[in-house]
Design a protein around this ligand. Sequence first.
Ligand SMILES: Cc1cc2nc3c(=O)[nH]c(=O)nc-3n(C[C@H](O)[C@H](O)[C@H](O)COP(=O)(O)OP(=O)(O)OC[C@H]3O[C@@H](n4cnc5c(N)ncnc54)[C@H](O)[C@@H]3O)c2cc1C
Ligand code: FES
Length: 276
Amino acid sequence: MTEKAMARNIYLGEVSRNEEVRPDFFLMKIRLPAQFERPLPGQFVMVRVAGLQDPFLSRPLSIYACKQGPRFCTIELLYRVAGKGTRILAGLIPGSQVELSGPLGTGYRVDRTKKNIVLIAGGIGIAPLSLLVRELRRRSCRAADAMTVYLGARTETALVGLDALRQSCSRIIVCTDDGTLGEKAPVTKAFQRDLPKYNPADTALYACGPKPMIRSLAGLLNDQYFCQVSLEERMACGVGACAGCVVAVKDASGNKAYRRVCADGPVFELKDILWE
Ligand SMILES: Cc1cc2nc3c(=O)[nH]c(=O)nc-3n(C[C@H](O)[C@H](O)[C@H](O)COP(=O)(O)OP(=O)(O)OC[C@H]3O[C@@H](n4cnc5c(N)ncnc54)[C@H](O)[C@@H]3O)c2cc1C
Ligand code: FES
């Protein structure tokens, strides 16, 4: 790798595993140089097949897991086939090379003073939250008792990451829209039912999922809650240069401002987001 590429955190990685874990959901393991920085939960990579010109743009994927060794760093990406870019990634076999930049963006800020840690994941939103769960466990053995995860998906076959999650967290409330596993309800409904248990002073909330889920959370929580959410927007450059991924927020003075999801986020305080 050239020094210039390293300075921009661009790496060539080798796919060591790429397996369909559920219909249309894949787990990809990528071996990277040891210099790949330790990611914060919530950070992401921009990834594309090395040398492929179509699609030209890299796709943003959250870092699901990361293991650093003396010679290599291995990251895992958990992704859903959504369109052309992810379908091409899904076709890669072990030994394929990917071009990847990262870790990018901001991560979740862990507040260890809170008694309750509540994570709310919709669908593939479990990817960045799983890294957060592992990080919380790594930092404190108390985290296992403090944590509750609300995990929702359309249907049982779209519930990914659950088995791995069970190894780190004992309180998981599963919801599916069609009732094929867990409660038949949107994940925000299950959370709303339990909300009176979570006092704002004692609770840190972390969420990731489709926009309607995040929006519905915003309708449930008052500004006293510490709630950080990871947003998804279509991205072109991924590094703050094109302004293609802006969202409207309240700035520190309460005025409307625009922030780039890739560089200023993807993690934002829920209370700062303006829903237009
Ligand atoms: C910070 C960040 C982290 C992400 N992490 C993950 C992850 O861990 N796993 C995962 O499966 N997906 C993740 N995504 C979403 C993923 O980037 C998109 O699904 C992917 O870029 C789609 O590319 P495509 O070429 O396959 O589909 P396209 O052909 O580009 O699009 C297919 C469909 O997906 C929609 N779409 C495209 N990009 C996005 C996007 N960024 N957000 C929402 N909808 C989109 C399009 O509007 C279209 O309807 C993340 C997105 C962001 C911004
Ligand atoms: S994708 Fe270019 S500024 Fe965010």
